[in-house]
Ligand binder design. Structure first.
Ligand code: SF4
Length: 965
């Protein structure tokens, strides 16, 4: 008899139909080909033509099949019948669901639209959701960026007009020195993997990873620098110190492309101290060496001074921004020796890395024989490159000093002259944009009115105190306190504070919390247990929940579902239309702009609807402008695909840039094309435009590119984009803290504003860390991102669960041995806020005083339709229980407890956590805390005992399992 393996066909025909779409197993948005047999998903492979992944598919992407077939899928709209958290629901029709939702939302809109708090998680339709919130008239809207990586995004957009990942990438082909800071695995996944793969094949290239933990991408680094968490900023500033001392900075780059020569007023006590001097047309000034006088700094061919004290004709004292920067970082407090104390990185290593960076940038200069024209019309016959590139993401973002750390990294890039040049960091369209880009946030007093849309979008970028969303007394207008004195530059809002603030009615109560794809009752919240209590807390004066209504949309029975009053079941990503838009966060590469769609490759077999369709229908039923016609009929009766094709944000600009115009022959701008989605499908569900060679680099100053970008509607004019080494918007807050200006901070916040709003990057000890006794909590605790899971999304995935069924607390062997702890022991981990129990794994590849674990593997028992004794619930655990959403009681400001966030942007400071560890007594091998198992919600109970896939596709007569024969 033939052995079973001899029957394996290695290249079988697996499908009778192939449909293209876009993966959604993480945020990376790779192109995929879904093979179908008899209309069922059979196999997923990467699309080799797609600009993001070029055919590469990761393990998560392949496992999309089991995401689609998950027993945790919701199957019908649900109305709560028991107490919140009980899991008691009844299935209802969509009509009833719409009636309930429009009843609650309609009442709010008619009376006080800000009483709707509408927040979404890691969805990819933020252009639509923000538009909907604007038309509804609520300022209380944001997506998940505030608890993800807003520090990275905001610092980049305020400094260089772009940022890492979606708005920029390393020049993988030409870079010779690549530095990655912190955990970065969860975004830009396949492009970084393939980029690192290419880089590792070149012998003259070095990859340095700066991360407390040597896992993921760090594992293949040529050099791993095991830094103490939260100290990256000091490390970078010490490198800057060394480069300045060695005079290894690119002065030409700084003069041409940054505000380094702009003159800054240096007059203590002056109301404009620290601001740029400007002429009467508002142009910044520089001191021209040849003319010996101040000139418009924006003129071409000036030869500006970079140092010196100058007196202006009116007597003002000024210095170039470059000098202020150099004076600061040449200070002894930024020396390698001082930085070694703080970062744990030996001074010799800091000096060596600085020298290596300088060598790569200045001794390994790249010259491309590519002609280009700069913004002033000057022709250049070469493109000169400094082949140093960098990448950072959540790791440095998720600290309360992350904004300044990210800005420091961009300052380092500017000093090395390695931005958008061959071998450096490269912008992705629609970036670069002016620093900061528009628009400003909307929601000031008078901009939120009953029954009316807001005049602009809720999120944006502010330039000074006058742009804050605060009341006359300085109190916040938004429920999350975004764009207030507490977190002025909160470009992505503070989703992690919404439930707490709504529960505390601080600054005011809300009526309805409307969430999409955000597991706030578990892994997306700090203080998860406290959050569950807030969601179920009763207001004694009314006998009702303190947050009266909760609407939640999700495709799966996550923990959050049990806390909703109304559940709107979403489809899986293979069952719906979607749009990865240039109006939002597109899939562009450095080679040119690109966007993409998802199309339904299979139809839902349940009573579920795509969230975007539901939102559009809600908009029509509520009569929102932009979603309903004057006669009350729906503007997009065909739902999201109708909206994608026919919505125009501005004349000629819609969600999709490809194949516009009546004949489909225009790109970027053009009339609506009824055949647009068909064209996308024919092209593999994406559109891209390849920039000509002459526009590939120096996009911030490249005339042809800037004109193209302006024509496409990416930027308001084709003016040069000037990088902001010195940040005037930050200085405006500094001046307000000193009492200048008409918009003033509350007294108790002056010190805070003065400390954290510095026009040049600063390093300070993470805030929570500075407020707790470190001898009691001597260890850092952080999370890393497993390659096989994206946040909690993989938890119900039968294939991925086999890789990460539960998580361990990983610690250095030396630390474990000092504490008398061995592999597999159980320990208690305590912070100033809480206590958990977890099982240990020892290792050597981590900073000695840092413990870490995988993010979001631990689950509440019963959730996600997992068995009550599933490993995710029994042994898996969350660090979230240890993290408080508020700083300790005796915190700054005294009168109020501030959020545990970056004071500039409001970014959640997940990684500031400090803990102590003790060995648990022998006994039950179960993680803590444990909660009552959640009851399966209606529609998801019928899970098979063993979830199998594939046997149904075998030819008749093939080998089958006995129990299915
Ligand atoms: S990297 Fe992300 S988007 Fe790409 S295939 Fe993997 S899971 Fe899908």
């Amino acid at each position: 008899m033939a052995l079973r393996q001899e029957q394996v066909e290695t290249s079988p025909k697996v499908s009778d139909e192939v449909k293209y779409t876009t993966c959604y197993m993480c945020a990376c948005r790779c192109g995929i080909k879904v093979h179908l047999t008899d209309g069922q998903v059979r196999y997923i492979e990467g699309n080799p033509d797609h600009p993001v992944n070029k055919g590469v598919l990761c393990g998560k992407g392949s496992s999309g099949i089991m995401q689609h077939l998950s027993p945790a899928r919701l199957s019908a709209p649900l109305k709560r019948t028991g107490p919140r958290g009980s899991g008691e629901f009844e299935e209802i029709s969509w009509e009833e669901a719409f009636e309930i939702a429009t009843g609650w939302l309609g009442d709010i809109r008619k009376t006080d639209p800000k009483k709707l708090a509408f927040f979404t998680g890691r969805d990819q339709s933020q252009s639509l959701t923000a538009f909907w919130a604007t038309k509804f008239g609520t300022l209380n809207h944001a997506a998940h960026g505030g608890f993800c990586s807003v520090n990275m995004a905001a610092a980049g957009l305020y400094t260089i007009g772009g940022s890492f990942w979606e708005f920029g990438e390393p020049d993988w082909e030409l870079t010779r020195y690549f530095m990655m800071f912190g955990v970065a695995e969860d975004h830009d996944s396949n492009p970084i993997k393939t980029g690192l793969g290419r880089l590792k094949t070149r012998e003259d290239t070095k990859y340095v990873s700066v991360n407390p933990v040597r896992t993921g991408y760090s594992a293949i680094a040529d050099e791993w620098i095991g830094i103490k968490p939260g100290t990256d900023g000091m490390f970078v500033m010490a490198i800057i110190h060394e480069l300045l001392r060695a005079q290894k900075v690119d002065l030409d780059f700084l003069v041409r492309y940054t505000n380094a020569p702009w003159l800054v007023r240096v007059e203590d006590g002056h109301p404009e101290d620290g601001l740029f001097l400007r002429d009467d047309k508002g142009n910044p000034l520089a001191w021209d060496k040849h003319r010996g006088e101040p000139v418009n700094a924006l003129l071409p061919d000036i030869v500006p001074e970079l140092s010196g004290l100058f007196e202006m004709p009116d007597g003002s004292q000024v210095r170039p921004a470059f000098e202020l920067m150099a004076r600061r970082y040449l200070g002894q407090e930024y020396s390698a020796v001082e930085a070694a104390e703080i970062t744990g990185i030996p001074a010799a290593t800091i000096k060596r890395i600085s020298a290596e960076l300088a060598h790569a940038a200045f001794e390994q200069e790249i010259e491309l024989d590519v002609a280009w024209t700069d913004w002033a019309g000057r022709k250049h016959d070469k493109m000169i490159g400094r082949p140093v590139s960098m990448h950072a993401m959540r790791g440095i973002s998720a600290h309360s000093n992350g904004f300044h750390t990210c800005r420091a990294i961009h300052l380092l890039q500017m000093l090395l002259g390695s931005i958008d040049c061959p071998g450096g960091f490269r912008y992705k369209a629609p970036f670069p944009r002016p620093c900061p880009p528009g628009p400003k946030p909307t929601g000031k007093p008078g901009q939120v009115n009953a029954g009316e849309p807001m005049p602009g979008p809720p999120l944006g970028f502010i330039n000074g105190p006058e742009d804050l969303l605060v009341n006359d007394d300085g109190s916040p207008c938004r429920i999350d306190k975004g764009f207030s004195w507490e977190h002025p530059f909160s470009a992505h809002g503070l989703m992690h504070m919404v439930i707490h603030n709504a529960w505390a009615a601080d600054p005011y109560p809300v009526d309805t919390l409307f969430l999409y794809m955000a597991n706030m009752a578990w892994n997306s919240s700090m203080n998860s247990k406290g959050t569950m209590e807030m969601l179920t807390d009763i207001d004694e004066s009314t006998g009702e929940y303190r947050i009266p209504h909760i609407i939640y949309s999700d495709a799966y029975a996550s923990e959050m579902v049990s806390y909703a009053d109304l559940v709107l079941p979403d489809t899986t990503y293979l069952e719906r239309w979607d749009c990865v838009s240039l109006l939002d966060r597109p899939i562009s590469t450095a080679h040119g702009p690109a966007d993409s769609i998802r199309q339904p490759v299979v139809q839902p077999d349940r009573d579920v609807r795509p969230f975007q369709d539901v939102l559009i229908e809600l908009g029509a039923r509520l009569g929102l402008p932009g979603f309903s016609n004057d006669d009350g009929s729906a503007m997009y009766p065909g739902g999201y695909p109708d909206y994608l094709v026919n919505h125009q944000r501005m004349p000629g600009i819609g969600p999709l840039a490809g194949w516009r115009g009546a004949n489909g022959d225009q790109h970027g701008k053009g009339e609506c094309n009824p055949q647009q989605l068909e064209r996308y499908i024919e092209n593999g569900c994406f559109w891209q435009h390849d920039l000509p060679e002459s526009q590939q680099y120096y996009k911030h100053a490249n005339k042809d590119y800037l004109e193209f970008s302006h024509e496409m509607g990416f930027i308001p004019s084709s003016d040069q984009i000037i990088m902001q080494l010195y940040s005037e918007p930050l200085q405006r807050f500094q001046l307000a803290a000193r009492g200048h200006g008409t918009v003033q901070p509350p007294e108790e916040l002056r010190k805070r504003i003065s400390k954290f709003f510095d026009p040049l990057p600063i390093w300070y000890q993470p805030i929570e860390e500075s407020m707790i006794p470190l001898d009691e909590y001597p260890l850092h605790a952080i999370t890393q991102r497993p390659a096989a899971m994206y946040h909690s999304w993989g938890s119900q995935n039968a294939w991925l669960r086999q890789i990460h069924g539960y998580n361990r607390l990983c610690m250095h062997r030396d630390l474990a041995s000092e504490l008398g702890i061995g592999d597999d022991d159980w320990v208690y981990v305590e912070s100033h806020h809480g206590k958990i129990k977890a099982q240990v794994r020892t290792m050597t590849g981590c900073e000695k005083n840092t413990v870490w674990t995988w993010n979001a593997i631990g689950k509440r028992r019963g959730a996600w339709n997992l068995d009550d004794d599933a490993a995710e619930g029994e042994k898996g655990f969350l660090l979230n229980h240890l993290i408080s959403e508020l700083l300790p009681v005796d915190g700054e400001g005294k009168k109020r407890r501030m959020s545990n966030s970056d004071p500039v942007t409001g970014q959640a400071a997940w990684f500031d956590l400090r803990v102590r560890i003790s060995k648990a007594e022998a006994g039950q091998e179960v993680s803590e805390p444990q909660f009552e198992p959640l009851k399966p919600v209606p529609g998801v109970q019928k899970k098979p005992k063993i979830l199998r896939f594939g046997e149904q596709f075998l030819p008749k007569g093939s080998w089958r399992r006995k129990d299915q024969a």
